[in-house]
Design a protein. Structure first.
Length: 138
């Protein structure tokens, strides 16, 4: 048995794909299904053929009632400080900053939580993360 993918329903596929690309994922394939009025977009970590995230865009939906029904996705990153800085520089709110040098939480444009975990040992605590407060739920 192997893990294949997690599915997230998304309201704005362009914004959501851009978010995951900022995290370092790549779009692998896209299926437009006009008869069903939906699009499936699969994203994954470059070089890792493991689990993917399937982004499902139902063309006629008018917004989902908050993405908190799904727990979170988790990705291991090589440099949690650099990853969070890149996301923040591109307008992503860091909901739980990596004050411990090990873990952070951000959200997709549809409010799905994404946990970022430092690969290997935690990095040394550093600014601006030490003085940055949590912003809402994560």
């Amino acid at each position: 048995m192997k893990f294949l993918h997690s599915m997230l329903r998304v309201s704005d596929p362009q914004a959501t794909v851009a978010f995951f690309q900022l995290l370092g994922l790549e779009e692998r394939r896209r299926h437009e299904v006009p008869q069903g009025r939906y699009t499936l977009i699969f994203v994954g970590v470059p070089g890792d053929q493991g689990g993917e995230v399937e982004l499902t865009h139902n063309w006629d939906e008018a917004g989902y009632g908050g993405g908190r029904n799904f727990g979170h996705l988790a990705y291991e990153v090589d440099d949690i400080h650099g990853t969070c800085a890149r996301l923040m520089d591109n307008g992503v709110t860091i909901n739980r900053p990596p004050r411990d040098g090990r873990m952070a939480f951000v959200r997709t444009p549809d409010a799905i939580s994404v946990e970022l975990l430092q690969k290997g040992e935690a990095l040394s605590p550093a600014e601006p993360w030490l003085s940055m407060p949590n912003t809402g739920e994560w």
